[in-house]
Design a protein around this ligand. Structure first.
Ligand code: PHE
Length: 340
């Protein structure tokens, strides 16, 4: 009886396994026949009811069925595994002969390109680069630069205020004050960065633009050091033939003050439409740091002197590449940017 049942289970298992198609099917059948409550296991538990002399014979037959089913499951499993793998490989096939997607190569923004060159020029003269916050205290942007609240110079830098004390910096000279406060001379720094002034946008004006300011403080610094540094930079930027000129100007934080011009690189100084017939193009302001500013930052103005200069980056880049509209820098038109 039990022997026949075993035979029947064996045939059923063989039949069902033959029909199984997926690894899930196989697993279900394994549980059905070999699991803890499976068909073969429950038959084996009936062995206890048999007379002792029959037990070894039936036991052997039961083991044989179990081995058979186990072997068949193993075989089926590897067969299905192979098939499933083949299927997946076929489905996931990559055609490496297909053309690739074009990759857009990024470029440096023209402002950064020129800024890098200017930084290199000054780094080679021993300057370090210093950065400061764009949201600044009035103290650093004006007060300590000898521009008190009622000073007319404030009118020339129309300012975005958050509170009476906090503003968007109008000049990177603010960084110089911060450095002078925490560092004893000698000081030799370049501070490039964004500055903000209330202004209508047009071809030559923008409420946000970039300044590059330099500051040198040491014993015995004179105006000729200033001129030498500016000349070195101008030659690196505009070529060996460029000339620099400084003429009197006024800034509250420098005394004496000067405007910086370079010879027109279009006409070489003869006068053309580009330089409006002047032969010279203004690129920034400069001067000897006002002793009042030095003292305000705790620097002995008898022992030390220094020079400072400031230039507009956009203007330099526009001159260099003959760009006639400042808005080009901020619109990020790929057709424009791809030229650099
Ligand atoms: N910060 C001045 C400006 O924005 C430029 C400047 C800097 C002039 C340093 C002299 C010395 O107009």
């Amino acid at each position: 009886m039990l022997k026949e049942k075993l035979q029947q289970v064996r045939e059923e298992a063989a039949e069902e396994l033959r029909r199984a198609e997926t690894s899930e099917d196989i697993e279900a059948l394994r549980i059905l026949f070999l699991g803890k409550k499976g068909r073969i296991t429950s038959l084996l538990s009936e062995m206890g009811k048999l007379p002792p002399e029959e037990r070894p014979v039936i036991g052997q037959a039961a083991n044989e069925v179990r081995n058979f089913v186990e072997a068949m499951i193993k075989e089926k499993k590897s067969e299905i595994g192979r098939r499933e793998l083949e299927l997946r490989l076929k489905k996931e096939k990559l055609d490496i002969t297909l053309p690739g997607k074009p990759v857009m190569i990024g470029r440096q923004h023209p402002l950064h390109l020129v800024l890098d060159e200017i930084e290199d020029a000054f780094i080679s003269m021993g300057f370090t680069i210093e950065n400061g916050p764009e949201v600044e205290f009035d103290k650093y942007n004006f007060e300590k630069l000898n521009i008190p609240a009622d000073h007319p110079a404030r009118d020339t830098q129309d300012t975005f205020y958050f509170t009476p004390d906090i503003l968007l910096r109008t000049q990177t000279s603010s960084v110089q004050v911060r450095v002078m406060e925490k560092q004893a001379p000698p000081i030799r720094i370049l501070s490039p960065g964004r500055v903000f002034r209330i202004d209508e946008i047009d071809a030559t004006h923008s409420p946000v633009f970039h300044q590059i300011e330099g500051l040198v403080i040491d014993e015995g610094i004179t105006m000729s050091h200033l001129k030498g540094a500016l000349e070195t930079m101008a030659k690196k930027l505009f070529g060996e033939n460029v000339k620099t000129r400084i003429r009197p100007d006024y800034f509250p934080f420098t005394e004496p003050s000067a405007e910086i011009c370079v010879s027109c690189f279009r006409c070489g100084g003869e006068g053309c439409r580009f330089c409006k017939g002047e032969g010279w193009i203004e690129i920034g302001g400069a001067g000897m740091v006002n002793p009042k500013v030095l003292e305000g930052c705790g620097i002995d103005s008898v022992k030390y002197s220094g020079f400072a200069f400031g230039m507009g980056l956009e203007r330099l880049v526009m001159l260099r590449y003959k760009i006639d509209d400042i808005r080009m820098f901020f619109e990020n038109d790929i057709r424009f940017l791809n030229n650099f």
